[in-house]
Design a protein. Structure first.
Lengths: 471, 445
């Protein structure tokens, strides 16, 4: 009895330990190297995963498929890559088309991981644990700086750099460079200087496209008189409020001061900041200008408030509003919904934008080949044609944009050239510029709640910025 | 399993050998659980304490610096305050509700069905409950159940106004009063006419077949006549303050004439927007539009605003856990000897006295278990607060566990401070745990 109990328990222990040992990463479905005892369960899992079949087909077709691009992609049969990004839903489907094209041309197999909006908490533990994805798309240069500072990123190869030099303006190359090393390929861009409006409401009010901020305020008053609330503002999502501020500040104070404020070379208690906040209060604080309950509206709901519920006339955010309009409302972009550029607050109108940058965490041939592919116009054109995508790549054929509206947005972005400025909050340390409920996001939410307290908001911004920058 | 026992007791060596073998077997079975506990519980605790003594990068030793920051940082202080509110309110509420439910369901015929329904929320995860309540507390009455109920009840007792949000064209000539209406600044004499242009009239509040606005008729000596109309031409154009052909009359607006601070006449506009105020004595007349014309519809309570968000989340928590308390207390209740209760009733005690003097004291151990378990749970609360509080109320709803997550993973990546918060939370929970352990030991003896 003692012996049989002992054998049984030893066998149980062995089973438990063998299950714990070996690579049980759930992200890599094809693990043929683990022990025999696990092969049966792995095979059952692989029947659902398409990657094995994909690899086999890839090997068969690489020789047959003509090279789509002038880009010489190496043969990567059997190589596996993991790509991580924030995109889900429709954006994920369209991005997967780009990855599929790469898979077909090289024979590599790519696993896409969606991290959701908050990418830092997903990537940081993986980087620290030594298991990062091969390529990731970071939505903020601030994150790029942080990971580069930790030596987690690989500088791009000479091929990739050549592609960037050929296809991008200098401002985009600089945005991907940290301390002289080029790490990033800017794949997706967003023009964040667009105000979207309900055509019907604007026509009923009889207002024209505003050229200046004062025109915009006057228009808002007219729209309010016509019986419609002029503005829908997403107060629950702090990042929309930071975009408002950046547009006003860039246009009013100019690009040089914008850069200084971004790097915290001037404090947030500077008179230029006070002027910008007072200007913002002309809309945020005016009676009846902002829809009720704005503090609890998240971004998609702020768009449907205008185009589905008809409770407001205008909403400000970037070009990706078009995606929300076509995806979640019955309005038709270009007919019942349209946009005008953010008006000039100072002397000249500004273009503030955002983007997603591809960075490589591993220095393999496959990673760098993917980065070179992403820097080429061919990769961008796949998603451009699908819609809901603006490419900062100046070699992309803009005729491929699906409609005049998106073409106009893209051409406006590329035409801004080096006068374009990246979203300020995305360039700052994410503790200040990129975290819900903290830093700039929270301070501007407090300002929306009480637009009379300019001094208090400035002091809070300065305190939070000092803490985040460490100086 | 039996072994043949020799006559009398087994020789001592044999007994010792069997005891040793029993211990060896016990350790063998405990080993896997022990390893897991060591690796997943003990090691992280030790490492967290160690890590909390270092700064953000993990290289520089700063001793108790992180712990100092806990008490000086305003965000963390709000978190501490909120946790205190949670600990004082939520467990007591859950226990009391559980007690009430347990006692009452004993007497009701469908007691078991009721218990099932009250217990069902335990079956869902905190995340699911958080999402449910996020929608329930939505401020828009069309989406949020809570506000839908409140506004329906409110609307039963009060009538809606005719033109919510409307206001006079010229805010200087007719400023708002404290009550929400509008009063003219300049006075007029009886026998004159007055034009009252309004703007901000929502399209949905206009009559189905609006009529063109008409200029007012001549007024007799003791009358004031006028027109109230929507002074906005669709598509722009039109002269502000003048009746244009394209502009619509506003019927159903109440207009008052005020002389010497008293309302002397009142009229309501007809379909052409015309009104006549009659029976006026000679003297200055001020025209007012009372607030009842323009009151905004009641939109419910802002549950997720910074002031109410913590009570709202506590409400969600109580909804989930009252069933747990009810079940535990119900079990305790079933163990109470019925004769004690019967004896009390025979002696003339009413139900409330029986409850207060017999039931509750006999239930004291169970109530303590429930209370202490709830306190431990509530100190660690994370999911509900993280899901339900929108970004604008995140700071107001902050609790220590959420703050720990935010500083460690949300942007700042400060694992030193996060570890310090974790250790702090551990120290807060420790007294409750020790109390529980001591009680278990007492019960065993």
């Amino acid at each position: 009895m003692k012996r049989s109990v002992g054998i049984a328990s030893a066998a149980a222990l062995a089973l438990v330990l063998s299950a714990c040992g070996g690579d049980t990463g759930t992200d890599t479905p094809a693990d043929d190297d683990t022990g025999a005892a696990e092969e049966t369960t792995e095979d059952a899992g692989d029947d659902e995963a398409t990657t094995d079949e994909g690899t086999d087909d890839g090997e068969a077709t690489t020789d047959e498929a003509p090279a789509d691009s002038g880009l010489a992609l190496p043969d990567l049969s059997g190589e596996e890559l993991e790509v991580a990004a924030v995109w889900t839903g429709t954006e994920q489907e369209r991005f997967t088309l780009v990855l599929n094209s790469f898979e077909e041309q090289t024979g590599a197999s790519i696993q896409y991981t969606s991290t959701g909006d908050d990418i830092a908490p997903v990537l940081t533990p993986r980087v620290e644990g030594g298991n990062p994805p091969d390529v990731a798309f970071l939505p903020q240069p601030g994150l790029l700086n942080e990971f580069a500072g930790r030596d987690a990123l690989q500088p791009v190869s000479a091929d990739v750099e050549a592609a960037i030099d050929a296809n991008y303006d200098t401002v985009w190359k600089d945005l991907g460079t940290v301390d002289g090393n080029l790490y990033g390929v800017w794949f997706k861009a967003a023009n964040k200087s667009t105000i979207w409006y309900d055509v019907d409401a604007i026509d009923a009010a009889g207002v024209a496209e505003p050229a200046t901020w004062d025109d915009l305020v006057a228009n808002s008053q007219t729209i309010s008189d016509s019986g419609v609330t002029p503005w829908s503002i997403a107060g629950a999502d702090g990042w929309t409020l930071t975009d408002w501020f950046e547009n006003v500040y860039l246009s009013q104070a100019g690009p040089e001061m914008y850069d200084q404020l971004t790097n915290h070379e001037i404090p947030w208690t500077d008179p230029s900041v006070e002027e910008a906040l007072n200007t913002l209060a002309e809309i945020w604080g005016a009676d009846g200008f902002v829809v009720d309950g704005a503090l609890q509206l998240d971004f998609p709901t702020s768009v449907t408030t205008v185009f589905s519920a008809g409770e407001a006339a205008m909403v400000y955010e970037g070009d990706f509003v078009a995606g929300v309009i076509s995806g979640e409302t019955d309005a038709v972009v270009g007919e019942t919904a349209n946009f005008f550029p953010f008006p000039a607050v100072g002397d000249a109108p500004a273009v503030v934008g955002g983007g997603d940058v591809a960075v490589a965490f591993t220095d393999t041939e496959a990673s760098m080949a993917l980065m070179a592919y992403l820097a080429s116009p061919e990769a961008a054109e796949i998603w451009v044609a699908e819609g809901g995508f603006t490419s900062p790549n100046k070699s992309v054929d803009t005729a491929l944009y699906p409609d005049d509206l998106s073409r106009g947005i893209a051409e406006g972005l590329i035409a801004a050239g080096d006068a374009f400025r990246f979203d300020m909050s995305d360039q700052m340390p994410s503790a200040f510029g990129g975290t819900p409920g903290q830093g700039m996001w929270q301070d501007l939410t407090d300002f929306l709640a009480d637009p009379t307290d300019v001094q208090g908001v400035m002091e809070s911004l300065e305190a939070n910025a000092s803490a985040a920058y460490g100086r | 399993m039996t072994e043949a026992r020799p006559g009398g007791g087994a020789p001592p060596a044999r007994a010792a050998a069997r005891a040793r073998e029993g211990r060896w077997l016990a350790w063998l079975f405990l080993a896997p659980a022990g390893l897991v506990l060591l690796a997943l519980v003990l090691w992280p605790i030790v490492y967290s304490i160690w890590r909390s003594l270092f700064d953000r990068s993990g290289q520089a030793f700063i001793g108790l610096g992180n712990y100092q920051r806990i008490f000086t940082d305003p965000d963390t202080f709000t978190a501490l305050k909120n946790n205190l509110i949670w600990v004082l309110v939520a467990p007591a509420l859950v226990t009391v509700l559980g007690l009430i439910f347990a006692v009452l369901t004993e007497r009701v015929r469908w007691g078991t069905a009721f218990k099932l329904i009250v217990f069902m929320p335990m079956a869902i995860s905190f995340l699911a409950a958080g999402i449910i309540f996020r929608v329930v507390y939505d401020q828009d009455p069309a989406k949020g159940v809570a506000n839908a109920i409140i506004t329906s009840v409110h609307d039963v007792f009060s009538s809606s106004s005719q033109y919510p949000g409307a206001r006079p064209r010229d805010a200087d000539a007719m400023p708002a009063t404290d009550a929400g209406g509008f009063a003219s600044v300049e006075t007029i004499q009886p026998g004159s006419t007055i034009l009252l242009p309004l703007v901000g009239v929502e399209a949905g509040t206009l009559p189905d077949e609006p009529q063109a606005a008409q200029p007012p008729a001549e007024a007799a000596g003791d009358q004031v006549t006028g027109t109230v109309w929507f002074d906005f031409t669709r598509g722009g154009g039109g002269v502000p303050g003048e009746i244009d052909d394209t502009e619509f009359a506003l019927p159903g607006v109440t207009v008052q004439a005020v002389q010497d601070g008293e309302v002397v006449a009142e009229a309501t506009t007809d379909d052409q927007g015309l009104f006549v105020l009659e029976g006026l004595d000679p003297g200055d007349v001020q025209i007012t539009l009372p607030a009842g014309n323009f009151a905004q519809p009641f939109r419910g309570v802002s549950w997720l605003g910074p002031s109410l968000v913590t009570p709202a989340i506590i409400g969600a928590y109580v909804w989930m856990w009252a069933g747990f308390a009810m079940v535990l207390i119900g079990a305790g209740l079933a163990a109470i000897p019925r004769d004690a209760l019967e004896a009390a009733r025979i002696d003339g005690a009413n139900e409330w006295q029986v409850f207060r003097h017999i039931t509750v004291p006999l239930l004291a151990p169970v109530l303590t278990v429930v209370l202490v378990t709830m306190i431990i749970n509530v100190l660690k609360i994370f999911d509900l607060v993280y899901i339900i509080a929108p970004g604008s109320s995140a700071q107001a709803a902050n609790v220590i566990a959420v703050q720990m997550w935010a500083v460690s993973f949300g942007g700042a990546q400060d694992f030193g401070l996060g570890s310090a918060l974790g250790v702090f939370l551990f120290l807060l929970v420790l007294p409750a745990m020790l109390f529980n352990i001591r009680r278990f030991r007492q019960e065993q003896q």
